[in-house]
Design a binder for this molecule. Structure first.
Ligand SMILES: NC(=O)c1ccc[n+]([C@@H]2O[C@H](COP(=O)([O-])OP(=O)(O)OC[C@H]3O[C@@H](n4cnc5c(N)ncnc54)[C@H](OP(=O)(O)O)[C@@H]3O)[C@@H](O)[C@H]2O)c1
Length: 275
């Protein structure tokens, strides 16, 4: 088998859909856990542009400049803080139409327990505290952010991250089954490596790595936080009204590679001493 050929035409550009391309969030009340940075911030901006009302929960209470976004401060690894912040959100902003989970543990300290607490236990607690607070006049939707690391080993992340992200897929399926009869859909989005405001500098400075990543990705480029946000917005909208219990991998096709094909494509590359 030969190495991947260069594309004969320019790769598709990253696209942010506006206007009628994406709709259905108008007036919906979304509880977004961890929307102050990275992917969560890109999603919160898009949701506000699409007319959603967003209640944003984070530990620092960071804010997004939009009149329909309200910021709340809580650590979702603390079960009592979860109950009180959700009561406050619903009392002030009304019943919920959707939940989205971006929070993750960062740092090497307490990594195993921290990953399980932030990704798994906190997601379970927030879903359980919210499930009687959905507005039953419209379909409701929950989206959890898993990762390619739920299927593959990402050497840059630790064992806690892998276990937590894999567990999230099971948790998502469980709640899809249990909450389906109440009209609540539950799905997961698993992004691959992305260009975000926080990671752009790294990839632009490491041009070789950036170029290699583009080369091994069937769409021949890296995806953006905004493109993942669009998939999340779709899952929260009525356009996805019969979709539940699914994981959507948003990675430009990079995970399609068969391992032997990769080994063959790399045959001519020099091996380093440690190989
Ligand atoms: N390429 C990618 O970016 C990528 C790939 C695969 C999966 N993902 C997943 O996508 C999600 C977002 O990734 P990201 O890199 O954008 O995350 P991030 O930059 O670390 O942001 C995490 C957000 O969650 C909040 N948060 C963290 N712990 C919290 C807690 N205990 N209680 C309340 N809020 C908390 C943070 O705000 P405070 O610090 O103020 O609390 C922040 O707003 C994560 O679940 C990640 O695993 C990302």
């Amino acid at each position: 088998m030969k190495a991947a050929k260069k594309p004969t035409h320019a790769p598709a550009k990253s696209r942010t859909v506006k206007g009628p391309g994406l709709s259905g969030l108008d007036g919906r009340h979304l509880l977004v856990i961890g929307g102050t940075r990275g992917l969560g911030r890109a999603f919160t901006r898009l949701a506000a542009d699409l007319g959603a009302r967003v209640s944003l929960v984070s530990r620092t209470g960071g804010m997004i400049a939009a009149s329909t976004v309200r910021s709340y401060r809580a650590d979702v690894t603390d079960a009592s803080a979860v109950e009180s912040v959700i009561s406050q959100v619903v009392a002030e902003q009304g019943k919920l139409n959707g939940l989205v989970f971006f929070q993750r543990h960062r740092g090497a300290e307490n990594a195993w327990a921290g990953n399980l607490a932030a990704s798994l236990t906190a997601t379970k607690d927030v879903i359980q505290a919210s499930c009687n607070r959905f507005d039953d006049s419209q379909d409701a939707s929950i989206v959890v952010l898993a990762s390619s690391a739920a299927r593959f080993v990402a050497d840059e992340q630790d064992e806690g991250y892998h276990a937590a992200k894999t567990g999230l897929i099971g948790l998502m399926r469980y709640f899809a089954f249990k909450l389906g009869p109440k009209g609540v859909r539950v799905n997961a989005v698993s992004p691959g490596t992305l260009l975000k405001e926080e990671s752009k500098k790294f990839f632009l400075e490491n041009r070789k790595l950036h170029r290699m990543y583009q080369r091994i990705t069937p769409l021949r480029r890296m995806g953006t936080a905004e493109e993942v946000a669009q998939v999340i917005a779709f899952l929260l909208s009525p356009a996805a009204s019969f979709l539940t219990g699914q994981e959507i991998l948003v990675d430009g096709g990079v995970s399609l590679h068969w391992h032997e094909s990769m080994a063959r494509a790399w045959l001519d590359q020099p091996l380093s001493r440690s190989d």
